[in-house]
Structures are given as C-alpha cells and as structure tokens.
Design a protein around this ligand. Structure first.
Ligand code: NI
Length: 390
C-alpha cells in the first residue's frame, strides 16, 4: 500500500504549515512561536492531552485509539529547531529572521508529524495510545536529552519510540535504515596551549605555542590512523585554531583550539578521548609548554534496536515498496540527539529521501514538500500496525 489517500487532500494545508514554520525559524530552545503553533494545532485536532514546557520548549500530544485495551503506547518524535545560518534560497517563504534558517528540514519534520497527528486524531484506527513528541534544540542543545530527563517516557508510559529525518542525498520517498549503530557519538574538545611569548626575532627566549599546537594537530591524526582498528569508524577533527597574537613580530603566549570526535562504539569513544589527552599533554610537555584540555561528551551513538528497526523497515516498505527501502544502510558520522530517547526506550530512527539537492546545513537547502504525504503515511501506518485493532 503506497501513500495514504487522505494525505493527498491534506498536503496543501500541511505544506502551508511547513512554509509558515520555515519563514519563522527559531534556534535551540527558543522555539516559542513554533511550540505555540504546534500545541495550538494539536488542541484543534482534538488530541486527548497536550503538554507544553517539557524539555523547556518541547510539546507532547497524546492520542488514544478507538480502543485502548492493549494498554500499549508508541512515541513518534519530530524536532522543531532551526540553525544559525543566513538563508540563500530566494524562496517566497524564506526565513524572515536574519541569521536563522531551517536548513535541516526540521520544519518539514514538524509539519509531517502534525499532519499524522491530525489524521490519527480523526480516524483513531488503533488499539492503544500514540504520543507525538516535538522537541527543541536538536542541533547541539540536547533538547531530546532534556525531554527524557523531564520524565517524557515515564509520564506518558511510552514503550517504544521512533524518529525520522529527511535525507537530501536520496531520491524522494526512498527510506534508509539499519539495525545497530546508525549515527555517531559526538564529543567536543577545547585545548589551550600556554608557552612563553616574546620577540619573534629571539625565538630562543620564547616557548612558541603555535609550533606546539601545530605538532598537536598533526599528532591527533595518529589516533585514527594508528590507534584505531582500521575496520572501526572514528573522526578526529580540529576545527578552530587561534593564536593570541596579532603581530608579525610577536610570538604569542597562547593558542586555543577546538574540535570534534565522532565514533560508532563506546570503546572507540573511550580510546579517542584517552589518546587525545595523552597526546596533548605529553606533546606540550616535550616542548616545555603547558596544556589544558576540556573534553565534553555530547550526543551518544544513535543505535537502532533490532526488532523495532525491522518493524520500521517493514512500514517503510508498505509506503515505498520493497525497492524503495535500503535496509542495512551504512552508518554516518553525523549525530542525533534522538540517541537519548533510544537509550531510554527501544525504537528506531529512519532516513527518508528528500530528493537529491543542497546538503543539510547548506544555505541553499530546502525541505521538499512533495515528501510530506510520504512521511505522514509512514507515521500513521507505523501506529496502526504497531497497535492493531483486533
Ligand atoms: Ni536535522
């Protein structure tokens, strides 16, 4: 069975919601307008319960099926936040907020889950409860973690949880999923190297932190190439390198660096963190400089549970056909804070093709409205199949 017919009728309206959200992007936990819009619509649809303020600006809608005897509860999650990017699409509904943009398609995710909520509240062809979860601050803020810490799973009795993200590297409507690690853990580090500044013409009187930091950048490349099993995945990237100096004839006192580490397994994550600290501290010491490392674990690995991943792949196949679902899709080194929800409950995360176009987080990116009926159908069928009416 392909896309649900009702969504062909609803698509123009859901597209309007998507474009309205697109025009008014909000970053991190500041999704006040979007959260109010979501909560208002959920109430209009006749959700049995609408809760706001979970995970600061998160919103949850509860929809009971025609029957609830099964006692089962399924969670569906969308993200609502935008990115600090200046939009360059020239769309008529482009961002009205300078420096903010829906460049990851969370506007589409929110609109599609709203569309599904409307249909589920209208039809209620299931036995149990569907909980629609709208989270803020997916882009690095840990909104998913905050909702879990606020008792999301316990409060609504959620037994399984599912997430979806659009993918502009795949054809429209194609789904991709795998069991096990799917997206990477994401950690960040800051390194400060303190040497001894002075006149650049007399380097022998100084300890040059720029040279020390440069050795460290090179040395860090050995974590992936020499310490990590070649069959494992890891990324170590230094993304910022700033000397305190600003003159051609002064050796500065300090250099500060920042970067990220991505892995697909806890053991590799531990290894990378330990090697980074050892390399930084001992390299600095070898040159007579001192180093301070601030290492912060951000998102864990997004790891799909086997049975829910298989179930989700089957639902995707109902919508897209057998050839429209890539099972065993390769993992990617991007990260997702849906990982916190998957650490709290069994479930699965799936990618849905957006049609090939500008990359996620690119100023020319736009969510493809033609994907709306596909995503809405996936959510609805997932609930109806997981909670069948007997
Ligand atoms: Ni995203």
């Amino acid at each position: 069975m392909p896309v649900i017919n009702r969504f062909a009728e609803l698509a123009p309206e859901i597209t309007e919601w998507r474009r309205d959200i697109h025009r008014h992007p909000e970053i991190q936990f500041e999704t006040h307008r979007t959260s109010a819009l979501v909560a208002g619509k959920l109430r209009t649809f006749g959700c049995d319960e609408v809760v706001t303020g979970l995970g600061r600006t998160g919103v949850v809608g509860v929809i009971h099926g025609r029957k609830t005897g099964s006692g089962r509860v399924i969670g569906l999650r969308a993200d609502m936040d935008a990115l600090p990017i200046q939009e360059e699409t020239n769309l008529p509904y482009a961002s009205a907020t300078p420096g903010a943009m829906h460049a990851c398609g969370h506007d589409g995710h929110t609109a599609m889950l709203l569309g599904a909520a409307r249909y589920l509240a209208e039809t209620r062809n299931f036995d149990g409860t569907a909980v629609v979860i709208f989270q803020p601050a997916e882009e690095g803020g840990g909104g998913g973690r905050e909702m879990v810490e606020d008792g999301l799973m316990e409060r609504f009795g959620i037994e399984e949880v599912y997430g979806l993200h659009n993918d502009p590297t795949r054809p429209l409507g194609e789904f991709a999923i795998r069991s096990g690690p799917f997206l990477a853990s994401s950690d960040k580090f800051r390194i400060e190297i303190t040497g001894r500044g002075g006149h650049a013409a007399f380097p022998q009187t100084c300890i040059d932190p720029t040279l020390v930091a440069s050795q460290i950048v090179i040395g860090l490349q050995s974590i992936v190439s020499r310490n990590t099993d070649p069959l494992e995945a890891a990324v170590v990237s230094v993304t910022s390198f700033r000397t305190e100096g600003n003159a051609y004839n002064v050796i500065p006192e300090r250099v500060r660096m920042k970067g990220t580490i991505r892995t697909l397994r806890a053991e590799i994550r531990d290894l990378c963190e330990a090697r980074l600290k050892t390399l930084v501290e001992n390299t600095a010491a070898a040159f007579g400089a001192t180093a301070a490392v601030d290492y912060s674990r951000e998102y864990p690995v997004t790891s799909n549970h086997a049975a829910p991943a298989e179930f989700a792949a089957g639902i995707a196949e109902e919508i897209a056909g057998a050839t429209g679902v890539v099972r065993g899709a390769p993992p990617i080194m991007g990260a997702e804070d849906f990982s916190f929800m998957l650490n709290a409950r069994p479930g699965a995360f799936i990618f849905m093709g957006n049609g090939v176009g500008p990359a996620l987080h690119h100023p020319g990116y736009n969510f493809n409205d033609e994907a709306i009926p596909v995503g809405c159908s996936y959510w609805v069928r997932l609930v109806e199949r997981a909670l069948p009416l007997s």
